[in-house]
Design a protein around this ligand. Structure first.
Ligand code: MLT
Length: 239
């Protein structure tokens, strides 16, 4: 699914789903968990995120998030993966709210299994999808996109995942969305970073001084961590 806007109510029901928001919620969640956060609780609504964080022990929680790409006033962190260092997050539960990423995660609650995918953990996310398909269960990738629109970086990442899971030839027999993502990825593979840097959201992040986040998010397979959704929060898969 290239954007949550195309989901009907039951579209993800019973599936193994990877939510992708390369810039930057997926990359931030992978990084926070890799750096020792106990869990990341994704919350779509800003007010709800604030209330939830206030109900947690301040010593072991951290409220992070953005609107319009900028840290929400009063929050301890924004949505830059580079802020979620071991010093900032080890042992803490992160409450995270973002414009598109956590909203897409909220839309995916009917999934049988839910995980977070990014370029940085592509191999782990592809393995999650492959395990589901090998077990005869339906799987899907949900791109967060941008306010209902398709985004280049999420579609590229989805293309990488489906190409790794089913291969380019098999992708040709699947849905148009799968074929679009797979063809886009394969056509851009040799100049992936340059293509990501051309994306609209990349340009916005550069204007806001976050070019480093884009370079960080473009590192394929930098991590083998897989955030999986358990008890309303993402934790690192212990597989
Ligand atoms: C989002 O959820 O819309 C993004 O992660 C925005 C961002 O912080 O770059």
């Amino acid at each position: 699914f290239l954007t949550p806007a195309v989901l009907d109510e039951d579209a993800l029901y019973g599936r193994a789903v990877v939510v992708v928001d390369v810039l930057r919620a997926s990359t931030t969640i992978v990084t926070a968990l890799e750096n020792g956060a106990r869990a990341v609780i994704p919350v779509a609504d800003k007010g709800e995120a604030g209330r939830l964080a206030a109900s947690l022990d301040a010593d072991v929680s951290l409220l992070g998030g953005e609107r319009g790409g900028e840290r929400i006033p009063g929050y301890q962190a924004g949505n830059s993966p580079l802020e979620y260092t071991p010093e900032a997050v080890a042992g803490r539960t992160v409450v995270l709210t973002t414009t598109n990423g956590t909203a897409a995660m909220a839309r995916a609650r009917s999934a049988a299994d839910l995980a977070v995918g990014a370029f940085t953990n592509a191999d782990a996310a592809a393995a999650f999808l492959r395990r589901a398909l090998d077990a005869g269960r339906p799987a899907a990738v949900l791109c967060a996109g941008s306010e209902g629109r398709v985004s280049l970086e999420d579609t590229l990442c989805a293309g990488l995942l489906v190409t790794r899971v089913v291969g380019a030839e098999a992708a040709a027999g699947l849905s148009d969305s799968v074929q679009i993502a797979s063809a886009l990825y394969r056509g851009s593979e040799s100049r992936l970073a340059r293509t990501i840097f051309g994306a609209r959201h990349t340009q916005r992040l550069i204007e806001l001084g976050h070019a480093d986040d884009v370079a960080f998010a473009a590192r394929i397979d930098a991590s083998d961590g897989l955030p999986v959704f358990r008890d309303s929060r993402f934790v690192l898969d212990k597989r």
